[in-house]
Design a protein. Structure first.
Length: 309
């Protein structure tokens, strides 16, 4: 979801272009240009680092002064209901889709004052389990040791989480996966081009301190992979070939300088590419040290966040 400040900045930019081109100002939104924005307010709110609920809601497009001039168009056809010939499966998908819409509209859980208790349907719950994570893994990846070589096995499934705490699941599945693991360690250094580092004594930042820094979208110091494991690309490398941030891939071979992968998502599914190590700089403003990390821009993704999916 676009932050409202970006929404309003685009409005001002297009008005400035209109003014410079025609020599007069425009009172029309976006300088009279038709702009189409896509998104779903039920799913992904704009990101406000450290923000409270009120700040997040206030950052959405519907809180902008431009919103009153927007025409809202709604998609009404659920394409998932047309992808199966099984009448029972179609009906189950329809019921689940309607339930999700009711949650998004605030029609579930009684009167909605910002917080509500929602009862999850029985068929979606893992009940009376000694090890819920193992049961979840078996449900999403049934008989993984027998089926992981099937062409579309990983394309059809993934474990989704609302928060970025999926490392335990990924590590457990990686340990279950057959084959020898390969360890790749990164090379960290203080980024010389960042103003925040100008007066920083490098001796105060030994390698073990830099290696311990973790940030969203930044691979960890230690990357462990196996052939056949699903991974996610963390940077845009070649968008025309489908190698974009959050593209899902499968490891084909593990080399010293490159990793051969096969795309298992996007329209270029099945294509194979080589991923090199690249220099990565975290964007988190809360980090007091700006580092440059040289590592393969990959992360194991048996499980991922809902946003990334």
């Amino acid at each position: 979801m676009i932050h409202k400040h970006g929404f309003e900045a685009l409005d001002r930019s297009l008005k400035d272009i209109f003014s410079s081109k025609f020599g007069k100002s425009s009172d029309l939104p976006f300088g009279g240009k038709v702009i189409v924005f896509g998104g779903d307010f039920r799913q992904i709110l704009p990101i406000v680092p450290g923000g409270r609920k009120q700040q997040v809601v206030n950052a959405s497009l519907s809180s902008s002064y431009i919103w009153m001039n927007c025409k809202v168009l709604k998609l009404t056809k659920n394409l998932r209901l047309t992808t199966s010939n099984d009448s029972f499966q179609i009906e189950q998908t329809r019921l689940f889709a309607n339930w999700l819409l009711d949650i998004g509209e605030g029609n579930v859980g009684g009167q909605n004052t910002g917080e509500a208790i929602i009862k999850i349907p029985e068929d979606l719950l893992i009940k009376d389990s000694i090890d819920p994570i193992s049961d979840l893994i078996e449900f999403v990846y049934p008989s993984i040791l027998d089926n992981f070589q099937r062409p579309n096995f990983f394309h059809e499934r993934a474990i989704l989480a609302p928060k970025n705490d999926v490392h335990e699941i990924n590590e457990r599945l990686l340990s279950l996966f057959p084959g020898d693991e390969r360890e790749y360690l990164n090379s960290d250094s203080i980024c010389p081009t960042k103003m925040i580092n100008e007066n920083l004594n490098e001796s105060l930042c030994p390698p073990d301190i830099l290696n311990g820094i973790k940030d969203s979208g930044l691979p960890n110091h230690r990357l462990v992979l196996k052939v056949g494991v699903p991974v996610m690309l963390l940077r845009n490398i070649d968008p025309k070939s489908g190698l974009c941030n959050i593209t899902r891939l499968k490891v084909v071979s593990l080399g010293n300088r490159v990793i051969k992968v096969e795309i298992i998502s996007e329209i270029t599914i099945g294509e194979r590419h080589y991923i090199p190590r690249i220099n990565l700089i975290p964007t988190d403003k809360k980090l007091h040290i700006k580092l440059q990390r040289r590592q393969f821009p990959l992360d194991v993704c048996f499980a991922m966040t809902i946003n990334k999916s």
